[in-house]
Design a protein. Sequence first.
Length: 251
Amino acid sequence: MVRKFLSLCMAGLMSISLFTAPVMAQDAPAAASTEVVADDAEGQQTLKDRFIEGDPTYMSPVLLCLILGLAFVIERIIYLNMASTNTDKLLTEVESAMKSGGINGAKEVCRNTKGPVAGIFYQGLDRANEGVEIAEKSIVAYGGVEVGRLERGLSWISLFIALAPMLGFMGTVIGMIEAFDQIAAANNISPAIVASGIKIALLTTVFGLIAAIILQIFYNYLVSRIDSITGQMEEASIGLVDLLMKENIKH
């Protein structure tokens, strides 16, 4: 039953790349495209078979790390996509609303806009009547809160990146110990006695490393997206402070 579960999980994970192969080969001739898809499917089947050959006792934790890590990755990708904002457009709208409706009009624009940048703008505008310096401090403080929200869940992904290969290594070490126990019990060092056990032990390390590599790629992507959004927040905040200073000079 456990092996059937592992087989279904691996089939689901490996099927993801089936959607990428035709897209990558769409500009190639039809024969070449078919060959690429066939080779890719063959490689996926081989990887799936190797995974099923592993001991479920050690493969299951590695697979669990990969699934949980990907769950956090998907949640972060969705959140960051929703957090992305056209800061130039928002700043222009805030400036126009400030000219026509004052601070309250600008706050209304921020209320109707999603994303951390709009939230930072609102906090700054809400304290604008207390002076530009107070508004700037409010922007900085709330900006730190928004950065913390962007980075939420990354620590769990990094945990699974470290945990997956460690679990694989542990399975390998335990498997090697069992292989030596078989040698001692048989009083024979013939490779045929321990070949199967050593193979299963090494497979846990391979798939632990594969899981870590997949999660590491997504982790670096998320970090780069967060850095990009943080840079936009800082740039937009400077623009808002400039607007508040101009508004303060007029009055």
